[in-house]
Ligand binder design. Structure first.
Ligand code: M6R
Length: 604
């Protein structure tokens, strides 16, 4: 949640900050702000809403000469999306930007208010800058004051602070929220909450660990660990390719990402799908020794891929598998056993609930594995082992290609474990691998299909709700189809196991209830057909997605006959994604940045 950038150097700082924030805008777009200290003193600007508003507001300003600068794009947690609540937050002579949540802010705020400090915003962040200035009035040493301030904070944070008391420095600290420092040969220093804003600007990067803090000034960065010991900064080279982050002529990133799925699936499979087996070079086979069950923890779309994975693990690898929503898992006092492999799934690798679930599993001594799209993310770093999904940067808030590649990795992993444990015949493994190889082709979006969904979408812009229904692996796909639609259309949508409708939800059926029926031919076709007939008998409007003509359907999207359920799964996945996209576009919504959401949920 939220995005942070910082810069120290001679270049024009406003554009560096705004360009950097543009790369992070998908993380939150309730408001944005920048603060700069240069030779003429301290300047700041804030604007509510998308970054464009801040760009307009600052169009007549440009910085000059050496200086320090920080910026922020916000996804509101404490206080409404107003200008006063926008970062950077100001004290008397300092500014702070923060990503995360300060859990004990009220306590600190109460104390400061008793001392006469006036707060302007409703945010937790503002306490940081006032506490810093209070400490500095006692210590008369900005860095020691910052250190003291950080030591008083509980919760999750990535913080950048600038102050006229030391106008050439940026103070920084990280705990639980991502933060990195970028370096280049021109002695410039960059900060950001992920690497995209600094690609092309910095050549090397350091990803801060939890508990680290320090200061940066021209050509110098000092880093300390949580016990105050100075640390050597081990820089890594920064990737230079930003091509994947452009829209390439598509109307929205989400649309581009749906079309990219075929290609990224190839990338995901390279070196993993061999002639007669699956290989994961990144895994040590000992990871699966003495493992008798699997638990998968994730949120949102990643949770849906986890549910799909559980069917595959049990069916193919014959290993008992449970799936849990990370935010529930954290507080249920779970019983964790050492013979369970704990898997987390996350596109961003920064989801706070998933990260905390993983830490719990690590503390309990379980072997941990993550399936993630972002290398060097917090979850990858925290996990014992990691498989990268190789989906490339996903910018649309509604996840598409990340889900597709997560599901593929889970399918491959189930085959890998099945073979390792001797639970699959050669013949079955070959049949599975043959199907796996066909997936990239199934994911190609044809003009015919897209046009059909575009035309059909105009009939689905109203009504009192959508039910996506499916059975077996098509139940998680139904959940995912419904989540996609609700995220970007703001229409009410539910995913349901088709056989469960008669246990309650069927009471809602009438002509204004839209049922999107996932009716694969290769898996329980007759069962789902009966469930859809029950809905049709109650006058529900049915959009059937199936290779088999279904006479009771009001609308019909024909899919190919496939012998393997996973091929039908991926084909129907694309259809549900395109349907959500087209409905959202017709409703005039911002597909890539839907209201109230953010790409990376780094608060619990
Ligand atoms: O980055 P993660 O995969 O951990 O994110 C989990 C969810 O926040 C995410 O999948 C969310 O549900 C997406 N907006 C779905 O489109």
């Amino acid at each position: 949640m939220c995005g942070i950038v910082g810069y120290i150097g001679k270049k024009e700082k406003k554009s560096i900050l705004l360009d950097g924030l543009k790369e992070l805008e998908y993380r939150g777009y309730d408001s944005a702000g920048i603060a700069i200290i240069e030779k003429d003193g301290l300047k700041h600007f804030k604007a509510v809403g998308k970054l464009k508003n801040l760009r307009d507001k600052t169009k007549n300003y440009s910085s000059s000469g050496f200086g320090v600068a920080i910026g922020h794009t916000r996804w509101a947690t404490h206080g409404k999306p107003t200008e006063l609540n926008a970062h950077p937050h100001l004290g008397e002579y300092s500014f702070v930007v923060h990503n995360g949540i300060i859990e004990n802010y009220q306590e600190i705020k109460d104390e400061l208010e008793k001392m006469g400090v006036t707060f302007l915003s409703q945010t937790d962040t503002e306490t940081i800058v006032h506490l810093f200035e209070k400490n500095n009035s006692d210590f008369k040493n900005p860095f020691n004051s910052f250190k003291q301030t950080v030591s008083k904070l509980n919760g999750a944070y990535a913080i950048l602070l600038i102050t006229e008391a030391e106008p050439e420095s940026i103070f920084f600290a990280k705990s639980g929220s991502p933060l990195l420092i970028g370096f280049n040969e021109e002695d410039e220093i960059y900060f950001a909450s992920s690497d995209t804003p600094i690609i092309g600007k910095a050549t090397e990067v350091y990803y801060l660990e939890d508990g680290e803090y320090g200061y940066a000034k021209k050509g110098e960065v000092k880093l300390f660990d949580s016990s105050g010991i100075e640390k050597k900064i081990l820089k890594k080279p920064l990737p230079t390719d930003k091509k994947m982050a452009q829209k390439d002529g598509f109307r929205f990133f989400m649309e581009k990402e749906i079309y990219e799925q075929s290609q990224v699936m190839n990338d995901c499979m390279i070196g993993r799908v061999l002639d007669d087996r699956v290989e994961f070079e990144e895994l040590d086979k000992s990871l699966f020794e003495n493992i008798n069950s699997i638990k998968i923890c994730a949120c949102g779309t990643s949770y849906h891929s986890a549910l799909t994975g559980a069917y595959l693990f049990e069916r193919l690898a014959k290993i008992p598998t449970q799936v849990e929503i990370a935010s529930e898992f954290r507080y249920k006092e779970p019983l964790l056993q050492r013979d369970t492999l704990f898997i987390t799934i996350s596109q961003s690798g920064e989801t706070a609930d998933t990260l905390e679930a993983l830490k719990m599993a690590n503390r309990a001594g379980l072997k941990t594995l993550t399936i993630c799209n972002v290398d060097n993310s917090s979850i990858v770093r925290e996990s014992g082992s990691a498989i990268l999904t190789r989906a490339g940067i996903e910018k649309g808030v509604a996840s598409t290609k990340a889900f597709a590649t997560q599901t593929m990795v889970l399918w491959l992993l189930s085959l890998y474990i099945a073979e390792l444990k001797g639970n699959i015949s050669k013949d079955r493994l070959n049949r599975e691998l043959n199907a796996v190889r066909k997936v990239p082709k199934v994911l190609i979006v044809t003009d015919r299909l897209h046009d059909k969904i575009h035309r059909l979408s105009k009939r689905y812009l109203h009504g009192h709700g959508f039910f996506f229904i499916g059975r077996d692996i098509f139940f998680p796909l139904a959940l995912e189809g419904a989540l996609k639609l609700k995220e970007i259309s703001y229409l009410h949508a539910e995913g349901y196991p088709a056989g469960e409708m008669k246990h309650g939800p069927i009471a809602l059926a009438d002509s204004e209830l839209f049922t999107i029926a996932l009716m694969p031919k290769s898996l329980h076709y007759d069962k789902i057909k009966s469930n859809v007939e029950e809905l049709s008998a109650r006058d529900a409007t049915i959009l059937a997605i199936s290779p088999e003509e279904f006479e009771l359907a009001d609308d019909f999207i024909r899919t190919k006959y496939s012998s393997h359920a996973m091929l039908e799964f991926f084909e129907m996945m694309v259809i549900t994604q395109l349907l959500a996209l087209e409905v959202s576009i017709r409703l005039g919504n911002d597909v890539d940045m839907p209201r109230n959401l953010a790409k990376s949920v780094t608060v619990e």
